[in-house]
Write a protein that binds this ligand. Structure first.
Ligand SMILES: [Cu+2]
Length: 185
């Protein structure tokens, strides 16, 4: 039994609190709390995360493929389709959407729930019979969290008798081809 333990055993206040040990204990508690509250990654860059939530612009890139090079439908054939049809964005910050269109036809991304109705320019017919991709950019700022459906309102998928125009199971146009969801978190 050392001096200090002896003091404690007798109910006396220890002569000197070992400060370094006490500080170490506080740091450990803070780290545990931070991990519990927000996860290690967030806790180490809390300031950056907060400002990013306010202002950071977001970017999404989608592609449109035509008919035979598009996504297969229930008929086993490819159809005009957006890839990817579903994507996630954060509310309160502008989203720049880039659509690379490999289809000769024009399309739209129409999502009334987020105030979006963008036209997508058709691809360019090349002399070799192929279609050169044409890129369209547009921007919107989601302000409400939730899942919002978008659809293409321009008649397309002509090669399959406009099958992708739907109606889909959840609104105009076929989900996964000419319709999908914007999930705002
Ligand atoms: Cu379309």
């Amino acid at each position: 039994m050392n001096k200090e333990d002896g003091a404690r055993a007798k109910g006396k206040k220890p002569r000197r609190q070992p400060r370094a040990v006490a500080l170490g204990g506080l740091v450990a508690v803070a780290v545990v709390a931070a991990v519990l509250l927000g996860g290690w990654t967030n806790s180490t860059s809390a300031r950056a995360t907060t400002s990013a939530k306010k202002a950071a612009a977001q970017a999404v890139t989608l592609y449109v493929f035509r008919g035979e090079t598009g996504i297969k439908g229930p008929d086993g054939k490819g159809h005009d389709s957006f890839v990817a049809p579903n994507f996630v964005v954060k509310s309160g910050a502008p989203v720049t959407v880039t659509v690379v269109n490999y289809d000769e036809g024009s399309h739209s991304m129409t999502a009334p729930g987020v105030g979006l109705d963008a036209s997508i320019t058709g691809g360019k017919a090349l002399s070799n019979g192929k279609i050169g991709p044409v890129t369209t950019h547009f921007t919107f700022t989601p302000t409400t969290k939730g899942t919002f459906r978008w659809y293409c309102k321009i008649p397309c998928d002509k090669g399959a008798n406009y099958w992708a125009m739907g109606p889909g199971y959840d609104g105009p146009s076929e989900n996964g081809f000419m319709a999908g969801y914007i999930v705002v978190i």
